[in-house]
Design a protein around this ligand. Sequence first.
Ligand code: SF4
Length: 466
Amino acid sequence: MNETSPPAGLHAAPSIGFVSLGCPKALTDSELILTQLRAEGYETRKTFAGADLVIVNTCGFIDDAVKESLDTIGEALAENGRVIVTGCLGAKAGQGGGNLIREVHPKVLAVTGPHATQEVLDAVHQHVPKPHDPFIDLVPEARGVAGIKLTPRHYAYLKISEGCNHRCTFCIIPSMRGDLVSRPIGDVLNEARALFESGVKELLVISQDTSAYGVDVKYRTGFWDGQPVKTRLVDLCEKLALLAEPYGAWVRLHYVYPYPHVDDVLPLMAEGRILPYLDVPFQHAHPDVLKRMKRPASGERNLERLARWREICPQLVVRSTFIAGFPGETEAEFEALLDFMQQARIDRAGCFAYSAVEGAAANELPGLLPLAEREQRRARFMAVAEQVSAAKLLERVGATMQVLVDSAPALGRKGGAGRSYADAPEIDGTVHLLPPEKASKTLKVGEFTKARVVATQGHDLVAQPI
Ligand code: SF4
């Protein structure tokens, strides 16, 4: 045996090609599967060719995502031939009443729904037996602790629950992911601690409905570090803030609905213990449209709620998404949405023109608007949203902000890019960093730098590192 050949009895590890499509929630499912595969001794790769088998994690949210998922499965079948499919699309029925994926691609080896790590692993074991390696077999169960992450090393998504108890009429997620199941608070906090220990500087808390955390278990008291902790948003935030503090790391909340108890989290933001940033998917502002959408918190007085939040925490940044041209939306209802946008001064807003999603209850609602009208309303909404956002960005010129560096070629000598507390990765703006004035100052990916904002550039800021 020469020094590079494997010892007797050990063979090259079987390799699994992996493609992850869809939202951050799907990404965390992928991370769990990859972590477990690696813990069991499989090699993982991003390519299809040469792999022993391919796993495709799909998205089924909108029609474009369905097409992309089905095309990717087709490519994997053509290039590799041995394919296991998981994810939201795996739970969707086809026109013949059977499983959609099996109807379109009958040659796939197995299909599971989302959040099904064990089922996926069982299917892998059946087709590519688990490698036996006495060293690898000693690796403890990797789930629940910080395993493989598909995000850059300095930020990570932390999924706190799966599924959703609401039944918004435009959404089919509950039919794919089921009702709300909150993860035990001890597991969530252990994962957060492991992530900070491994160098994560920004933790993005995600779920379908973050404010509902613990509702399904009646806010049960769990245990963490030998202490009782309630399975409840404010308690979770309090503990995450404690964990983040020694690392100077950020904690950012996504998918928070404007329920009254969210007010309790705002003091933590005002004190700078978690980021003063809330991603609140309002979707609309007119109460009748919200009722037709069956939105959670549709009866809340959202303008008053926002005013209250900003009173507690003036630096709060709010991101939101909206739908223009929902079935039956009158011009007056749409104008109420524009008024809301102007008064609410949402910092970052995205808007979709309503489009029917196969299987959604809203498809049965009367009053579908012509596509051109829906698109026009979206454009009118975005014109207002961009004005608000640009005005709010301008207010930052001259301010000094903490920026988390995302890219900095040549140690930032020619500048770089990062984000402030007001920018979540992938969905918000960027802070373009100018080359530092002092020769001794460097920028490093995953580290914080202070920077003085000197200008705005579309949705972004330009800043001078100091
Ligand atoms: S809150 Fe509504 S939109 Fe969000 S996942 Fe649940 S049903 Fe879908």
